[in-house]
Design a protein around this ligand. Structure first.
Ligand code: URA
Length: 283
């Protein structure tokens, strides 16, 4: 694999300007390579070994980026869309120069953990149906989720297209009968958000409460990723998901410090955990 690249391409990839802007910086003597002012913006450098300074500051190069986003409702998990806002619009220009893309999809109205990267190999492995990477969701469900549902999900349920899901782990975290205050803090926060955020289903939540339905706050871990899978699994047992949030994927968990719409790069620990996880999956 080629290790060297043009100096202007390296700086361009890192968001330091267009080719002509970088040419001007080089002409002004603002760029130095290994202590020597650069003269040719097209000079070949090895970004892993050569020291590049811009206005005296060291520029660290990297090829791959890994972003942990708390996806908010109202955005689609795509890089481009003619109608809707995409999750890339939540990142900034400095990150988007690396061309990250979402690893898998969350529905427009689903919130929670979304990994974005430009590491195609990692994305492919995490998404491979053969790897059965676990994904954990919390959901506000209209209806009374009980042990029968947990057993059915544990065996696998038949979706509307005849597909039978792999065994999944369902846990009831809390329930609230209509008129009862919601005591569970996580459930209360999800209900408050569902009622308040326009892209979420506040009207249905209000109807569920008005009509005297029990609401359930659940956690579900699935090991595959069919289209609308969680919503369709609940549909299969006669219930309806009103709010959905992904809280974990493989070894990654949703950072509680990230509010919907916030993002950060993975920490070294998270990246190591992801790499270890990949190794285990291969072994
Ligand atoms: N299952 C769904 O129904 N929707 C999602 O966004 C993710 C899983």
């Amino acid at each position: 694999m080629k290790k060297t690249m043009r100096l202007d391409k390296m700086l361009g990839n890192l968001g330091y300007g267009t080719r002509s802007g970088i040419k001007a910086l080089v002409r002004q003597g603002a760029v130095a390579v290994n202590g020597v002012p650069a003269k040719d913006p097209g000079m070949q450098i090895d970004p892993a070994k050569d020291e590049v300074l811009l206005n005296g500051e060291r520029i660290a190069y990297r090829d791959s980026v890994y972003v942990l986003l708390h996806k908010p409702a109202g955005y689609v998990s795509a890089t481009e869309d003619l109608r809707d806002r995409t999750v890339l619009e939540l990142l900034d220009e400095e990150m988007n120069v690396f061309s990250p893309f979402p690893v898998g999809r969350l529905d427009k109205d689903t919130e929670g953990l979304l990994l974005l990267t430009n590491d195609g190999k990692l994305a492919h492995e995490l998404l491979s149906p053969r790897k059965h990477v676990p994904k954990t969701y919390r959901a506000l469900v209209r209806g009374e989720v009980d042990e029968t549902d947990a057993e059915a999900f544990g065996r696998g349920v038949e979706l509307d297209d005849g597909y039978v899901t792999l065994p999944a782990q369902l846990r009831l975290l809390a329930a609230a009968k209509a008129g009862e205050p919601i005591a569970h803090p996580g459930m209360a926060e999800a209900a408050e958000r569902t009622a308040r955020v326009p892209a979420l289903r506040g009207a249905e939540l209000a109807a569920a409460v008005r009509e005297g339905w029990t609401l359930s706050w659940i956690e579900l871990t699935i090991h595959e990723g069919k289209f609308h899978q969680v919503k369709r699994m609940f549909q299969a047992v006669g219930k309806e998901v009103l709010y959905l949030r992904r809280v974990a994927m493989g070894p990654l968990v949703l950072d509680p410090a990230l509010k919907p719409g916030d993002w950060r790069e993975l920490t070294d620990e998270e990246l190591t955990a992801l790499r270890e996880y990949r190794k285990e999956q291969k072994g």
